[in-house]
Design a binder for this molecule. Structure first.
Ligand SMILES: [Zn+2]
Length: 396
């Protein structure tokens, strides 16, 4: 049976109707909300109609299982508190369409809480063993609701965790959530790797003092230290980074944050992302050297918080090659290889099996917003690439 792009688009619009909100094609469907659970129950019905066996696990991950060994495809169907209609949903509905049209055994998954109401890609993190269930249960959302209470709302649907060894690989199609493909007029991105992340808090401790009576040369001003650190870091990174490397000081706590006080302390987040483990390490060395230098010059005490992070994940060469072949056949000259700067469920699933990812363009690079959208012709091109790739794979 051939893929049916009309049925694919209809199901995508139907999924959007659960939690449809805002102007354009906005969606409010956070994990475990009434809209999310209703959407998952509808998805389970669609999976059953496709000949798959629906299976909810103890945290609300929904699988549509093919019999025997199969290739797993999918993404997530929860949304940000204000999200778009394609983030996650595209990968789930595309997987469903491939499963019901392909003669290959394809299973479908919609992971729960990818958008991190409780953790980070919570559902796939737990399933893959990256996050222990009892640890997850103690996590709380922004309003103080615990994860165990939230997942209890789906307890009547729950069976056990699915044995991952029944799957021979995982493919996740997702919107790019960045500007590259749209700006270049391209239809498809074949992901090379999902970038790694490092994140740590840094503190400069100086001397809090009176902003009127303290002469400039006697100040140990924590804000000045941060400003100097930032400028020097940007300069030094230039020799090390690629155009894909990113770094962010996203949170700054300046103490006491008052206009007539020389700030004595600044604690800030330092986050950096890249696809190369070596580059992540080199950047860490530059961060530490620069911070130490500034601390010495400015007479600051320097403190570091614990280093958090995830390693970069390379896509499986065989599945990736099949996707590239599909992209070349469906969109010749209008596709590229590219890293994923955003985290995805595939990062977790890579602990269990070979994974690969495919991107479709995000119009104006917008996502996590009601305005998120992709041209229908590009959505269909992505579906066709998946179909082509699945036909080439010999993982079954
Ligand atoms: Zn997503």
């Amino acid at each position: 049976m051939a893929i049916d792009s009309t049925r694919f688009l209809e199901d995508l619009h139907k999924l959007r109707s659960f939690g449809a909100s805002g102007v354009g094609k906005g969606v409010i469907r956070p994990a475990y909300s009434a809209a999310d659970i209703a959407a998952r129950q509808w998805l389970a019905e669609r999976m059953a109609a496709a000949g798959l066996t629906p299976h909810f696990d103890p945290v609300g991950n929904l699988f549509g299982l093919a019999e025997g060994a199969s290739l797993l495809m999918g993404s997530h169907s929860d949304s940000q508190p204000e999200g778009g209609w394609l983030d996650g949903a595209l990968g789930v509905i595309a997987a469903l369409e491939i499963a019901r049209s392909s003669d290959r055994p394809i299973s479908v998954v919609s992971f729960q809480d990818e958008e991190g109401r409780f953790g980070v890609t919570t559902g796939s993190a737990i399933w893959s063993g990256g996050l222990a269930l009892d640890q997850a249960d103690a996590l709380t959302d922004a309003s103080g609701i615990r994860f165990d209470a939230a997942r209890a709302s789906m307890a009547d649907l729950a069976q056990g965790f699915v044995d991952p060894t029944r799957f021979k690989g995982f493919i996740e199609m997702h919107i790019e959530q960045g500007p590259t493909l749209d700006a270049e007029g391209e239809q498809i991105g074949v992901v090379t790797d999902i970038v790694g992340i490092r994140d740590m808090a840094i503190t400069f401790l100086g001397q809090q003092n009176h902003a009127g009576t303290t002469p400039m040369h006697l100040r140990r001003d924590a804000f000045q230290a941060l400003a100097l650190f930032n400028a020097r870091l940007n300069d030094r990174f230039r020799n090390v980074v690629t155009p894909q490397t990113v770094w962010t000081i996203g949170r700054v706590d300046l103490h006491p944050n008052a206009s007539s006080i020389v700030p004595g302390r600044v604690r800030f987040s330092m986050q950096w992302r890249d696809g190369e483990p070596d580059r992540l390490l080199r950047m860490e060395e530059i961060i530490r050297t620069t911070a130490q230098e500034v601390a010495t010059e400015q007479e600051m005490t320097l403190e570091y918080g614990p280093m958090l992070g995830l390693e970069p994940v390379a896509m499986d060469p065989a599945i990736r090659a099949a996707l590239e072949h599909g992209a070349q056949s469906v969109a010749p000259g209008k596709w590229r290889r590219m890293p994923s700067g955003a985290l995805h469920d595939a990062t977790n699933v890579a602990r269990l099996m070979p994974v690969a990812m495919l991107f479709t363009p995000s119009i104006n690079g917008i996502s996590h917003d009601f305005a998120e959208d992709t041209a229908e012709s590009d959505l269909i091109a992505g579906l066709e690439v998946l179909d082509h790739a699945v036909g080439l794979l010999d993982v079954f």
